[in-house]
Design a binder for this molecule. Structure first.
Ligand code: CP
Length: 307
């Protein structure tokens, strides 16, 4: 790996598969109750969450602790960011404290790259605006590969607010490289102009998009990033695009349901589909820990090689 993990777009197929393979090794070690082999003697990880998170922040913290790393308690709301300290100065302060890896989530697309260019710590993008969320996509790939054995030839249908979704962007970038067919679906106003140039087929009809899909992935409506008036209302949205057991009848035999979370039941997915036998939503959360262990360790190994 390079110094940082900023996006799936900058990884090639071999690099993605190397991370997934390393995550599988981490999972085996953790499930056996063994301490995973690591590339470091000490590792200090700083989570910098300028935007709320349940899964990603706690998953990185758990991953770091399972590796035997130290987690720096950094609460953005209680930090000197509220006194006007810049991202660069915050980053340089973390460097001076000996931080090896900074995990950043930020509302601004490009914030992770900006930080990476200004600090010597490795930077991991934990979601920047509408740009990328690489570790979410990697845990999605890991979960698909674990279930199906390969991503090559899978049809993956992502339904929802594709336009504002960093998860969709990262998933499309990686799935295309890994040989999956990617379909994105939503109201025209929530589809990006460039999805087809990224390699995804676009649909506005959910039944057509889900037909014979192996993976159905509804996404949350990102109301905090939308202008008003992009769809009539959540009730009508659910009627047209909600993932329900009825819609899943269109999918391939053995299809699974995935969702990055947080889930809004009754808006993009029904409770029955969310909690049903096809759902891999909580497996995704568990696998996220192993994927983030792999990423932290591979970045530490890359730092060691450079030093
Ligand atoms: N999937 C995801 O990024 O969830 P959080 O916002 O809870 O971290």
């Amino acid at each position: 790996m390079k110094k940082d993990l900023l996006g799936i777009a900058e990884l090639n197929k071999a690099e993605i598969n190397a991370i997934l393979d390393a995550a599988a090794v981490m999972k085996t070690a953790v499930l056996r109750g063994e301490k995973p082999k690591t590339a470091f003697k000490r590792l200090l990880v700083a989570p910098l969450f300028f935007e709320n998170s349940t899964r990603t922040k706690s998953s990185f913290e758990r991953a770091a602790r399972l590796l035997g790393a130290e987690v720096l308690g950094f609460d953005v709301a209680a930090s000197s960011v509220s006194k006007g300290e810049s991202l660069t100065d915050t980053g340089k302060t973390l460097d001076a404290l000996g931080v090896d890896a900074a995990v950043i989530r930020h509302t601004n697309s490009g914030a992770a790259r900006f930080l990476a260019e200004n600090v010597s710590a490795s930077v991991i993008n934990a979601g920047d605006g509408t740009h990328e969320h690489p570790t979410q996509a990697l845990l999605d790939f890991f979960t698909m590969r674990e279930h199906f054995g390969t991503l090559s030839g899978l049809k993956v249908t992502i339904i929802g607010d594709i336009k504002h979704s960093r998860v969709a962007r990262s998933n499309i970038a990686g799935l295309v490289k890994l040989g999956s067919e990617v379909c994105v679906c939503g109201p025209q106003t929530l589809l990006p102009a460039q999805a087809e140039t990224l390699g995804a087929r676009m649909f506005t009809n959910a039944e057509e998009a889900v037909a014979d899909a192996n993976v159905v992935m509804p996404l949350r409506l990102q109301l905090e990033r939308q202008k008003a008036g992009l769809f009539p209302g959540t009730g009508e949205y659910f009627a047209l695009y909600g993932v329900t057991d009825a819609l899943l009848k269109e999918a391939a035999r053995g299809a699974i349901v995935m969702h990055p979370g947080p889930v809004n039941r009754g808006t993009e997915i029904s409770t029955a589909a969310c909690d049903g036998a096809k759902s891999k939503i909580l497996t995704q959360v568990e696998n996220g820990v192993y994927v983030r262990m792999a990423v932290l360790n591979l970045l530490a190994a890359a730092r060691k090689r450079r030093s």
